[in-house]
Ligand binder design. Structure first.
Ligand SMILES: Nc1ncnc2c1ncn2[C@@H]1O[C@H](COP(=O)(O)OP(=O)(O)OP(=O)(O)O)[C@@H](O)[C@H]1O
Ligand SMILES: [Mg+2]
Length: 326
């Protein structure tokens, strides 16, 4: 098998909070032992409820927050200890699209300046004319007329602003596009257009995508595999269709029960599995399996020992003591 584009091993991101008067500050475990590989050209969805660590994981991979432990291997190089300065050249290949399209664009810059900025920083060898051509080309590819270059972000709708954000991220033709809830702030009718755009860009440019979302329907459309996170820990990792048709983790089933999926074959698995209760605090996660306090299948063993991330099959892994039972 070829070296993956990105390899994540036992990644932890803990935030010290509330500097205690005596002793150490408490540690908030936002990401707590995540493992996965991302292949070139692959889209991986990262799903889970609000607060389960999706954004923190994405940011740690981009080195926007420091990781506490574990490995981030980018194209064969361990980058987890790298400083901002060391990471800067990697930005050419590692780009991000944010959730709030308007807030992520500088209101004082024109669309042309916004989209050209990454080229100015990372491809200074380009002439002005070449830069202008690259900007016009990517604007066309994201469905905007190159005429928009002299306009400002506030003149555009949310969906158009997200197209501008995607153009800025794609203008360098990155190898990995990290999308943190890129459609959550948009109207439902616009969401599908942006997802289609990402699909088209992936087909044309062949980049990998890490797609963070709490919307399982959107993830299903775009991603080849899905990683389910709960309290910073991986619960299940599987090819998309496998995850939706044969979910093995009670948490995955709970998430699926909350979304309407027009597929009768999936229905029986979802019976009686809607999620109750609230996410426990990542400051003091439950012992053993972190999901056990909300799990309809929990038994004493689950409180005593954390389950291992078992292989259900080659590509399908799950962290549950009872995954063999349906
Ligand atoms: N800089 C920080 N300092 C302290 N705690 C943080 C920090 N950033 C995130 N957290 C905490 O880490 C946990 C995970 O947050 P994160 O934003 O990664 O979740 P998320 O899955 O992206 O949620 P959402 O779906 O709401 O975006 C939360 O409990 C959050 O409060
Ligand atoms: Mg988030």
């Amino acid at each position: 098998m070829t070296e993956p584009l990105l390899r994540i091993r036992n990644l932890r991101v803990w935030f010290p909070v509330g500097a205690a008067l005596f002793g150490k500050p408490a540690q908030l475990r936002a990401v707590d032992g995540v493992d996965f590989d991302l292949q070139a050209g692959e889209a991986l969805g990262i799903v889970g409820e609000s607060g389960c660590g999706k954004s923190t994981l994405a940011r740690a991979i981009l080195r926007l927050v420091p990781s506490t432990a574990g490995q981030i291997v980018w194209m064969g190089q361990s980058i987890e200890g790298w400083s901002t300065r060391q990471v800067r050249p990697l930005r050419r290949d590692l780009q991000i699209v944010f959730q709030d399209p308007l807030a992520s664009l500088d209101p004082r810059m024109t669309v042309g300046e916004i989209v050209a900025e990454p080229l100015r920083v990372h491809a200074p060898e380009l002439s002005r004319a070449e830069r202008r051509e690259r900007v016009a080309d990517i604007l066309r590819r994201v469905g905007l007329s190159p005429d928009v270059i002299n306009r400002y972000p506030h003149e555009f709708s949310g969906g158009q602003c997200q197209r501008i954000g995607i153009a800025r991220a794609m203008v360098l033709r990155p190898k990995l596009l990290v999308c943190d809830e890129p459609v959550s702030a948009l109207d439902v009718s616009i969401q599908a257009q942006i997802v289609n755009l990402l699909q088209d860009l992936k087909r044309d440019f062949g980049m990998s995508i890490l797609f963070v979302s709490h919307n399982l329907a959107v993830v299903r459309k775009l991603c080849e595999r899905v990683l389910v996170l709960y309290l910073g820990k991986p619960m299940e990792l599987a090819p998309t269709e496998m995850l939706y048709s044969d979910p093995r983790h009670p948490y995955t089933r709970g998430l699926l029960a909350a979304v309407p999926i027009p597929d009768p074959a999936v229905q029986p698995l979802r019976l009686g599995t809607a999620l109750g209760g609230e996410l426990p605090s990542p400051l003091s996660p439950p012992s053993g399996c972190v999901f056990r306090t909300r799990c309809p299948m929990a038994e004493p063993q689950c409180a005593a020992t954390a389950p291992t991330f078992d292989e259900v099959s080659d590509a399908h892994r799950v962290a549950c003591w009872r995954w063999r039972e349906k």
